[in-house]
Design a binder for this molecule. Structure first.
Ligand code: SAM
Ligand code: MD0
Ligand code: SF4
Length: 352
């Protein structure tokens, strides 16, 4: 089957197989436009004209791991920072005042945050929660018993990306990390009543088939939010000489995820192509804008540690005005909070 026939077959209720997903990921030209249009239609039917907007607070860039793709890997000799709980509270307060729906509290696997039974991490989540804003926790891979405590502190979402569901490739990229321990994070988050996000990278050595299998695996896991991000080579890392991942591949993954899993939250990240790339991602069916960063506070992004941050292009005002130009609206904090409360309630219902 070609792209059009596959789109039609899925529309007619065919269950997606790996070969179908591979076919869709090869769509180009007018076939690709048809894929994007189908994805947008699914999104709009599910979410209307509402988009969600997440602020990003990368509060500690210390990390004990050595992921080959990451600028912040332990052995990279770079300047690092760690914000104090009081500073993080202020940053989150700025995002809340600006109308952001959720604060993504992200860090490297910083031993200081893990010390004393994760005391500082839990304190940070509790403080930000006291502002009355939804919270995503992205602290890496933690012990199972930490999830109920993160939930009690006010964490709504737990984000931890497998990057690929190919175990051999995972082992090459996330050196020395346990595949199952990382995958279990999302299961444990769900068991504790949190929502979970999984994600994949494009351009880390995966095949088309790997990409297709990863998309299907992410959907099958039942994560409420799923994402794709193109690899961006980082100075001082083993992958500095690798090619830049293709944003077009990332965007086709977004469209396919939307088509197959219409009810999921799917990010359009500002962290790969800045605000310029936002429209393309939204046109492929994404419905969450992520990686909005408060300018002039010396905060880093991840894939693009500096892109568009200090000039304010990744700021709330700029992003919101672009959204309005597209005829969409960013949901209020109240709307977002009740939407995810609904998802959390659904989670809490036993399956049998
Ligand atoms: N340290 C935590 C972890 O690894 O789960 C949370 C922060 S980590 C920097 C967040 C994500 O950024 C990674 O899971 C990866 O998907 C993405 N990332 C890291 N380096 C990247 C790069 N060079 N290009 C694109 N995405 C990257
Ligand atoms: C983003 N820079 O949304 C962030 C980051 C971590 N939970 C998310 C990769 O693009
Ligand atoms: Fe550390 Fe996360 Fe970067 Fe891996 S991706 S080196 S765990 S910050």
């Amino acid at each position: 089957m070609d792209v059009r026939e596959t789109l039609q077959a899925l529309q007619d209720g065919k269950g997606p197989e790996v070969a179908d997903v591979e076919t869709l990921l090869t769509a180009r030209g007018s076939d690709e436009q048809a894929l994007f249009a189908a994805a947008r239609e699914k999104r709009d039917r599910q979410f209307g004209n509402k988009l969600y907007a997440y602020g990003f607070v990368y509060f500690s860039t210390y990390c004990q791991n050595n992921c080959t793709f990451c600028y912040f890997r332990h052995t990279n000799d770079i300047d690092r920072y760690r914000k104090t709980p009081a500073e993080i509270y202020e940053l989150a307060a700025d995002l809340k005042d600006a109308g952001i729906d959720l604060v993504d509290l992200t860090m490297g696997e910083d031993p200081q945050m893990y010390a004393d039974d994760y005391a500082e991490l839990l304190d940070i989540v509790a403080r930000v929660h006291s502002l009355g804003i939804s919270i995503m926790c992205s602290p890496g891979a933690v012990r199972k018993d930490v999830f109920p405590r993160l939930k009690a502190a006010g964490g709504n979402f737990y984000a931890v990306y497998q990057e690929t569901h190919n175990r051999a490739l995972f082992a090459q990229r996330r050196i020395g990390q346990d595949y199952d321990f990382r995958a279990n994070q999302r299961k444990w988050a769900h068991e504790a009543g949190m929502l979970a996000e999984d994600g994949m990278m494009c351009g880390i050595g995966e095949s088309l088939r790997d990409r297709a299998e990863t998309i299907l695996a992410m959907g099958a896991e039942g994560c409420e939010q799923i994402r794709a991000m193109a690899f961006v080579p980082q100075a001082g890392t083993p992958m500095v000489g690798n090619a830049l991942g293709s944003s077009e591949d990332e965007i086709r993954c977004i469209a396919v995820m939307r088509l197959l899993f219409p009810d999921r939250l799917i990010p359009a990240t500002l962290d790969v192509e800045g605000t310029e790339g936002m429209k393309k991602r939204l046109n492929a069916g994404a419905n969450v804008i992520t990686s909005i960063v408060v300018p002039k506070r010396h905060l880093a992004g991840v894939a693009q540690p500096e892109k568009d941050i200090e000039n304010g292009s990744r700021s709330v005002e700029h992003v919101f005005s672009l959204v309005e130009q597209m005829g969409k609206k960013v949901a209020t904090q109240q709307e977002y909070a009740s939407f995810i409360a609904g998802l959390q309630a659904k989670r809490a219902v036993p399956l049998h």
